[in-house]
Design a protein around this ligand. Structure first.
Ligand code: HAM
Length: 415
């Protein structure tokens, strides 16, 4: 199906590594993992993300299940995490809760480079902190992770989207501006002008872009608390020495954001240039029926992250291939390989009883670093041959301590 991909080895190893790194980094900063279902009631997203967004209007996989309930395959994780936070009263002991979640999301978009219908996010949320320090910390954690996994050329862009107090009057001003340019606006922008005029900033139609380059910006209309919050976020980013740019035209494709919004963009990605994005959502918990608790978070698009990582070769081949000849040695190889794999030495044997030459060719083909040769002759002399396939050297090692000897060489330490 278009937009749905298999993740094959060896690339799947890189996926595993990226996820493992995310767990390490987030665990280190005090986050716990939460796993939320892939299916939710459709209304969670229409209420959470906003009726007037692309996601809700035209991208959700929504269907009626066999009991007639209207179900959506999650297009993002924030709404689900907020639902779980409310449903399980995770705020009961203390509203401050740091959670992360890793998994697939579903949006019926037009597939292209960096845009899929099933894609994967590492999604991070902090509940219960309204102070700007956390905004800066969240962005710093994101940038730390990206640099740790080797993502180069990432730029952090920040903006403030204000709160209802300042955004409502600003929307009026923007609406009036758009009305003045009505005949030149595209269908979508005209339609959205009434309820969601900010979306016009994201319109890709050249005519609309030109108009929007002159549009009034929210930064000039922020209320005093929002302006102070934004100034503090920037100064805390500077304290942590995190490079950033203010992008006053950044609006997000989800309606729940208040105050801080941010994106990490990478030039190499072309049109779909956001590797990660997030922001503050101080009203979302209450809007979804919970207490008045603020939140902030981000999600990293893993497919896009992979696109900007250097293409290092990934070896998933065995460390050791055991070439065995004859029934006794083959049984010995079978048991030794099981023990070595258990001890963390990736070992492969030949199951088919091929000749020595054919087995050595397989060792080569699989990219094994070492080959162990076990034949009846070796069993008689009590010595086996261990061949270093890279250095093209070989040595004899005693069969009596073969397990320990291999571990010592292959893992560089005694078992
Ligand atoms: P978002 O901007 O919709 O935000 O998505 C975050 C990231 O997911 C994007 O920057 C991009 O890397 C990736 N992404 C989105 N759509 C696709 C797609 N169709 N194909 C591939 N990658 C994609 C959210 O989802 C918010 N829930 C983020 C957040 C968390 N805000 C607060 N907490």
């Amino acid at each position: 199906m278009r937009g749905f991909s298999d993740i094959l080895p060896p690339a799947s190893r890189r996926w595993g590594m990226l996820e493992e790194r995310a767990r390490e980094v987030l665990g280190g900063f005090g986050f716990s993992e939460i796993r939320v279902p892939i299916l939710e009631r459709a209304e969670l997203f229409s209420r959470g993300i906003g009726e007037e967004t692309d996601i809700v209007e035209k991208e959700m996989y929504t269907f009626e299940d066999r009991s007639g309930d209207c179900i959506t395959m999650r297009p993002e994780a924030t709404a689900s995490m907020v639902r779980a936070y409310i449903e399980h009263k995770l705020y009961a002991a203390d509203p401050l809760v740091k959670l992360y979640s890793i998994g697939p999301m579903f949006r019926h978009e037009r597939p292209q480079k960096g845009r899929h219908r099933q894609f994967h996010q590492v999604n991070v949320e902090v509940f219960g902190v309204s102070q700007p320090m956390i905004d800066a910390e969240i962005m710093a954690i994101l940038m730390h992770y990206l640099s740790l996994v080797g993502a180069a050329g990432c730029r952090l862009q920040v903006n403030s989207l204000g709160c209802p107090n300042c955004r409502l009057p600003y929307k009026e001003i923007l609406r009036a501006f758009l009305k003045n340019h009505l005949p030149r606006l595209c269908e979508d922008c005209r339609r959205r002008m009434e309820r969601n005029p900010l979306r016009a900033f994201d319109c890709k139609v050249p005519g609309c872009r030109e108009i929007m380059s002159e549009a009034p910006l929210i930064s000039a209309y922020l209320c005093a608390p929002c302006a102070e919050h934004f100034a503090a976020v920037r100064s805390y980013l500077e304290t942590l020495e995190i490079a950033y740019e203010v992008n006053p035209r950044m609006v997000r494709g989800l309606d729940y954001y208040t105050k801080t919004a941010f994106e990490v963009v990478a030039g190499e990605l072309g049109a779909q240039n956001a590797v990660a994005a997030g922001g503050r959502y101080d009203q979302l918990v209450a809007a979804l029926g919970g207490p008045d608790i603020p939140g902030i978070g981000f999600a990293i698009g893993m497919e896009r992250l992979l696109l900007i990582l250097p293409d290092e070769p990934l070896s998933s081949g065995p460390s050791l291939f055991i070439a065995a000849l004859g029934e006794g040695p083959r049984r010995e190889a079978f048991s030794l390989s099981y023990k070595l794999n258990r001890a963390g030495v990736r070992t492969l044997i030949d199951y088919e009883g091929r000749g020595l030459k054919a087995q050595m060719r397989r060792a080569d083909k699989f990219g094994a670093r070492y080959a162990l040769i076990l034949g009846e002759e070796e069993q008689r002399t009590g010595q086996a041959i261990l061949r270093d396939m890279k250095e093209k050297k070989q040595e004899e090692i005693p069969l009596s301590s073969i397990f320990e000897e291999i571990i010592r060489r292959v893992k560089g330490r005694s078992p």
